[in-house]
Design a protein around this ligand. Structure first.
Ligand code: TA6
Length: 323
């Protein structure tokens, strides 16, 4: 069970003009990162979860369900962190416990080589509680840096270190369960995953090979693309917007839309909200990551939103994927 309240940070850690700590009742404390014009990112301490990413017009780029509920249940939308497992295996809750715990502001993060021009960022940290250790008997430090770039791009960098003192390695699976806001799922295409092998969660995780052109959506999709390229493009035709998803340290990519039947079955999801969202989730699913004591893994998610123009007839996705 998650602790009742977040760890309130000493004010000196939050002295940046690009960062605001907002206390809220019910464990909903959050950090707001502010960039140029109306660019911003909101992160809830509960779950270390990004719940908003706005562009310089103040438009929301991530999907959050209107029926999302409060702690201690995971929040439907934004970018939930799936750790130490993706999916449901053994006695851990679906997608692991990291998204259901209060993270703390990391007051002493080890140096992370980043672009010095990026001023709007926050470092969070999660360590296992006694209860967590009963469920998953491994000590770890999970450091998460969330950064808003000068151009409005968003990056999440996870560093997970095995701090076991008993010499035991541990293995885990992981995903940045990213919910993108789209105008109309039937007008959306995904480029970059053509011809890739995938495990189909709707067909008993059987392995298939994707067709040779862009992925379109006409029904529920729940696929884990294996050894996917480091860049994937989500083209929203109506919005004339392309999301570019880049990943490092994460071989796989999960693509999910629940469609109508499953949407109706989810309490924290509006019946027709499937039309306005798509999950593309950089992940490590097929091959768990194993760390020996003292070893650290780094996994990075990069998101940008660029205008898509079709007047030229030139497919922007090809530019953003191979440019
Ligand atoms: O990422 C796809 C998936 O594994 C789907 O199978 C579906 O369960 C989705 O995650 C949502 O999971 P959640 O536990 O957040 O309801």
């Amino acid at each position: 069970m998650a602790a009742a309240t977040p760890h309130s940070p000493p004010p000196q850690q939050l002295s940046s003009p690009f960062l605001e700590y907002i206390r809220a009742p019910g464990g909903l404390d959050k950090v707001v990162l502010r960039g140029r014009r109306s660019c911003s990112v909101e992160i809830r301490l509960f779950g270390g979860q990004v719940t908003s990413w706005k562009n310089d017009h103040g438009e929301e780029l991530l999907f959050v369900s209107s029926k999302a509920i409060k702690p201690p249940k995971p929040f439907r939308g934004g970018i939930p962190i799936c750790f130490p497992q993706f999916g449901t295996q053994g006695n851990l809750e679906q997608h692991g416990f990291a998204r259901n715990r209060f993270w703390a502001i990391d007051d002493n993060p080890p140096p992370l080589p980043v672009n010095p021009a990026i001023k709007a960022f926050v470092d969070l940290i999660l360590k296992p509680s006694e209860d967590d250790l009963k469920m998953w008997p491994h000590s770890f430090e999970f450091r998460l840096r969330i950064a808003l770039g000068a151009g409005g791009d968003l990056s999440l960098t996870s560093r997970i270190r095995n701090t076991n003192t008993d010499g035991r390695p541990f293995s885990y699976t992981f995903a940045y369960h990213t919910y993108f806001s789209v105008s109309d799922i039937s007008e959306v295409r995904v480029e970059g995953l053509e011809t890739m092998d995938y495990l189909d969660n709707m067909k008993g995780k059987e392995r298939f090979t994707e067709q040779g052109d862009a992925i379109v959506f006409e029904s529920e999709v729940d696929k884990v693309y294996l050894a996917a390229p480091s860049k994937v493009a989500i083209i929203d035709h109506d919005m004339r917007r392309t999301f570019v998803v880049t990943k490092e340290g994460l071989p796989d990519a999960v693509v999910w839309n629940p469609w109508d039947k499953k949407a109706k079955a989810m309490q924290d999801f509006g019946d027709s909200e499937y039309k306005h969202m798509l999950c593309v989730e950089p992940a490590a699913v097929e091959k768990p990551i194993t760390l020996k004591p003292g070893e650290e893994w780094k996994g990075r998610l990069g998101l940008s939103a660029v205008p898509s123009s079709y007047c030229s007839g030139q497919l922007d996705p090809l530019k953003v994927l191979h440019g």
